[in-house]
Design a binder for this molecule. Structure first.
Ligand code: C2E
Ligand code: CA
Ligand code: CA
Ligand code: CA
Length: 278
């Protein structure tokens, strides 16, 4: 039994070692990928729940890996964050998303573009200037851009983050709290945050029709959003029953596979012309 214990530890350790090597390999490849722009954005529509018309898109990054194919963000965003590479990657995403949003504007449609922003990006001294430059460079109105942040990222330098987000909001950029309800001590400082939009996390939306507490939590978040005059967006809506429940609860917007998965830019243009298929 002793021997077996020993070899289990050895296997476990070599497993960890392999994982660490794998991470290091990905980190090196990420550096190359940023230089060679091996990334692509997919766009998922948000719809007005009352009319089910498209109000905008969220830009979601994928890595077009030369050998491994199209990789989802879960496989590389955490490594990009640990290594600091999220800063240049995030800048590319922001600029690319602003350019894409300009191509979506028509005389009658003005969809917004939502971009996920990592904590390390907001703490950069030039973050405000970078966002303004990305808007100007693309020719996008600030009102058409939404920055999605999470509650937890504000813990490091809350005062600085608030100041920067407030500066961007004063020129018209919108700020959304992503995955709302899953973060730490959200309620205590929500009133101090310069935000416009609450995105209700999928884990709550999943439960709105299941007779569990998820429905009460979602109801409370929507009610709070209404009181604070914030737009509420339900994330990860998959079922017609969920959409009906959210419409009844007067949630402002919805996003999820029910209307569309994240799609390439050309397909996003098509959705804008034809409407979501529901
Ligand atoms: P998120 O910001 O919460 O984005 C929503 C995720 O849920 C996306 O996964 C989207 O494809 C997925 N989703 C949307 N509707 C549904 C649905 O109805 N059912 C299910 N099962 N999933 C749905 P994705 O694209 O894999 O992105 C995962 C996460 O990676 C994002 O979560 C975000 O935290 C991060 N991420 C993506 N792009 C970026 C980026 O450019 N920068 C940063 N910092 N993070 C990013
Ligand atoms: Ca998001
Ligand atoms: Ca989210
Ligand atoms: Ca999420």
């Amino acid at each position: 039994a002793k021997d077996r214990g020993k070899s289990t530890v050895a296997v476990y350790e070599s497993g960890l070692h392999a994982l660490a090597l794998e991470k290091m390999a990905i980190r090196g490849e990420l550096q190359v990928a940023i230089r060679e722009q091996q990334f692509v954005l997919h766009y998922q529509p948000t719809v007005n729940l009352a009319t089910e018309t498209i109000t905008g898109f969220e830009a979601l990054v994928r890595w077009q890996h030369p050998l491994r194919g199209l990789l989802p963000p879960a496989t590389f965003i955490p490594i990009a964050e640990q290594s600091g590479l999220i800063v240049p990657l995030g800048e590319w995403v922001l600029r690319e998303a602003c350019h894409a949003a300009v191509t979506m504007q028509t005389p009658v449609q003005h969809p917004t573009i939502a971009v996920n922003i990592a904590a390390q990006q907001v703490v950069q001294n030039d973050f405000v200037d970078l966002v303004i430059d990305a808007l100007e460079d693309a020719g996008l109105e600030p009102q058409q851009l939404t920055l999605e942040i999470t509650e937890s990222m504000l813990l490091d330098d809350m005062a600085g983050a608030i100041e920067r987000l407030a500066a961007l909001r004063s020129i018209g950029v919108h700020v959304a709290i992503d995955d709302f309800g899953t973060g730490y001590s959200s309620l205590s400082y929500l009133s101090r945050l310069p935000v416009d939009i609450l995105k209700v996390d999928k884990s709550f939306v999943d439960e709105v029709c299941s007779g569990s507490h998820g429905a009460s939590v979602t109801e409370a978040i929507i009610a709070m959003g209404r009181t604070m005059r914030l737009t509420t967006v339900a994330e990860g809506v998959e079922l017609p029953e969920q959409a009906a429940w959210l419409q009844g609860a007067a949630c402002t917007m919805g996003q999820g596979y029910l209307w569309s998965q994240p799609v390439e830019l050309a397909a996003a243009h098509h959705l804008l012309r034809s409407g979501v298929p529901r």
